[in-house]
Design a protein around this ligand. Structure first.
Ligand code: NAI
Length: 495
């Protein structure tokens, strides 16, 4: 009995059902049903409307966990109320840590680069869970809000490992890491550092890094420079859409969210409410995402056959209304799918055909449910020594006034006030009177006697915090530590 895969299916809202029906019709005719069963799950607007703020039912969660694969159409995020983006919730809940998108020039899709004869073929791997997408935000004072940006070593390792594995599978020679480590030395610095460390396990692949702003300019000037780029979440989000623009827009950019156990394949465009129900939507993005899914399952041959049929269809100027030759009348969603079906077995002639491998068996295995949340660790047994603390206070005092008050408070504790900054720039003991300040100061205390490093625990910093809290409104608190003797915090600008 050959292995079969079961895939959870959520067509989505708006144009979702139309484009999903089109993709499933193509899959059916290509014989995907010989290896795959689809099972419907309830997600999206109707579930939000029933008051479920996750946008999916418990049964849907259970089915996705059992299957290990979700194929989904676009879903609307309710504006206002408690509902969060279902797309972000899905990726985070199921640990789909890497977002893989493929941006390639397609025949019949007119772009600046296609007109210039410059082919674009770029993979973007975006970290999917951490960074500012943790959505950990607080109002700190009347005037100041914050978003915590968390980057973890195991989180970096997962996404870099996936990026190098993908490059290896695709036979690519260079992987680029996009980052802003020149400014965010600890967060982007860790992302870059782990890129280099993980890359050492792949000696046949060259490792290069590029600062994110330069990357954006280069992508627009000479996109052919890049084959695969790995990025932190927010930067990856922006670069993904930039790259989509290079190949004609989001309608042509497939997306896979890959986890160790559960993966999600989706169209990256939205529900297109303006054309929903009219039968004119373009199913290409969802179809290409579906092909990534078939390859993930192991159906390499069928995926290549369908991709070649799609390329041949596009070469024959068959297009929906959102793209293509204005001289050729557009077709509807169903006719577009029918044309792809008619081209099954046909190879494109202008564009290089995708090689059709012999392999066509299900290699994917559904997840084995863990009994508890898995702890991931990269650095174990590091020694963390308290060296001081940063206390954040809400006040409109001048830096000098504040320093005088705080120095008095620190008398009799093992700490001395070493620095005050505002919005990251030092304003005491030195600084410029031209530095404009807001009602949120960071005050840094460090151990006066360095011999105490390693001798004291967190208690004295909490004691100091209590004393400050008697006189000031505390907005935040951060112990300062050395890790294995290395400073675990940055200096202020100008310090
Ligand atoms: P949108 O992508 O739905 O539409 C933007 C424009 O592109 C519209 O003119 C639309 O007609 C067109 N378009 C999009 N997909 C198309 C397709 N397959 N064929 C032809 N034309 C297409 O973005 P918008 O309007 O900002 O968002 C609408 C809804 O979709 C919102 O509720 C949003 O939250 C949701 N959304 C969901 C996403 C997902 O599920 N992955 C991603 C982005 C938005």
């Amino acid at each position: 009995m050959p292995e079969r895969a079961t895939i959870a299916l959520a067509p989505g809202d708006g144009i979702g059902k139309e484009i999903m029906d089109a993709c499933l019709a193509i899959f059916h005719e290509a014989g995907v049903g010989d290896h795959v069963d689809f099972v419907d799950v309830e997600m999206g607007q109707s579930v939000f409307a029933d008051g479920e703020t996750r946008g999916m039912t418990d049964e849907a969660v259970e089915t996705i966990e059992k299957c290990g694969i979700l194929y989904k159409g676009p879903m609307g995020t309710p504006i206002g109320g408690g509902g969060k983006s279902i797309n972000v919730t899905l990726r985070k809940t199921f640990g789909a840590f890497a977002n893989l998108r493929h941006f390639q020039s397609l025949p019949g899709v007119d772009t600046v680069f296609s007109r210039a004869g410059v082919p674009v073929d770029i993979y973007v791997v975006r970290e999917n869970i951490e960074d500012t997408y943790g959505g950990i935000e607080h109002r700190l004072t009347s005037d100041v809000v914050e978003c915590k940006r968390l980057i973890s070593a195991p989180g970096c390792d997962q996404v870099h490992e996936f990026a190098f594995q993908t490059a290896k599978r695709l036979g690519l020679g260079v992987v680029y890491c996009g980052h802003k480590a020149n400014i965010m030395k600890m967060t982007d610095g860790l992302f870059l550092d782990r890129f280099r460390t993980i890359g050492d396990d792949y000696p046949d692949i060259e490792k290069k890094d590029v600062i994110i702003d330069a990357l954006c300019m280069n992508l627009v000037l000479k996109p052919q420079t890049y084959e695969l780029i790995v990025l932190p979440n927010l930067q990856g989000d922006i670069v993904s859409d930039l790259a989509a623009g290079l190949v004609g827009g989001l309608g042509f950019a497939p997306s896979a969210n890959i986890g160790d156990q559960i993966s999600i394949f989706e169209a990256v465009h939205g529900t297109a409410p303006d054309i929903a129900g009219k039968g004119v939507a373009n199913p290409t993005s969802l179809l290409l995402s579906g092909l990534m899914m078939l390859r993930h399952v192991g159906l390499l041959k069928r995926a290549a056959v369908i991709e070649n049929a799609l390329l041949a269809t596009l070469e024959h100027n068959v297009h929906t209304g959102d793209f293509g030759d204005p001289e050729t009348p557009p077709v509807g969603t169903q006719d577009f799918a029918k044309s792809v079906i008619d081209h099954l077995g046909v190879l494109p002639s202008e564009q290089e055909a995708k090689p059709v491998p012999m392999h066509d068996t299900v290699t994917f295995r559904p997840p084995v449910r863990p009994s508890v949340n898995m702890l991931m660790q990269t650095f174990t047994q590091m020694r963390a020594d308290v060296v001081g603390c940063d206390v954040y206070v809400a006040t409109t005092m001048t830096p000098l006034e504040l320093a005088q008050r705080l120095e008095r408070i620190a008398v009799g504790t093992p700490f001395k006030l070493t620095m005050i900054s505002n919005r990251g720039t030092q304003v005491w003991p030195s600084g410029s009177v031209y530095t404009e300040v807001v009602d949120y100061y960071r005050v840094r205390f460090e151990l006066e006697d360095k011999h105490l490093i390693g001798q004291i625990g967190q208690g004295p910093t909490i004691h100091l915090l209590r004393r400050i809290a008697e006189k000031f409104e505390i907005a935040d608190f951060q112990p300062l530590k050395n890790f294995d003797g290395e400073r675990g915090f940055t200096l202020a600008q100008g310090q």
